[in-house]
Design a protein around this ligand. Sequence first.
Ligand code: IMP
Length: 187
Amino acid sequence: MPQATRAKSGSKRYKILIRSAAIRKRVQEVAREITRDFKGERVHLIGVLKGGCIFLSDLIREIDLETSLDFIAVSSYGKNKDSSGQVRLLKDLDSNIAGLNVILVEDILDTGLTLSYLLRVLQQRKPKTLRVAALLDKPSRRRVNATADYIGFQIPDEFVIGYGLDYAERYRNLKDVCILDPETTSQ
Ligand code: IMP
């Protein structure tokens, strides 16, 4: 598991948990695994908005297969750090996924509630295969049985930001995955 190191960016304090270089390397490895697993086939990536968009855009460019992509959006934490436990579909897919090799691309697997909801919704639409790629996994937080087939990093039970992940819609643009200092989260 990655260990946090303290860093300062502008007036804000972050603890860097995973540096951008390590993310880049791991994304390439995951893409190689996907390329190998689906050799000769097309894969249809579905990004879970908004957090999964940065991971998806890096991942898809490293996959050496025929690809297509779509996005889905679900409600998550709003401005809070704790899940309400309620998952709601905010934006559905643009196209049919029947018969496709679907890879759902998530930023982070936390309680697992979002993923289990999405898998239920997508499975009903009869894809040929349905797999999950998650950049981050917090296994100690799981409330329902949900796992990803491709995992970037397992992390401890910390609220993380950056590389697509937000706190109250901020910090998605950080290149590293960081832990925000508690005093910053109250601003
Ligand atoms: P789950 O349903 O609890 O597994 O949570 C999934 C969603 O919650 C993720 O796709 C994120 O949008 C959000 N989330 C969970 N943990 C974090 C975190 O540490 N930082 C930012 N967002 C998080």
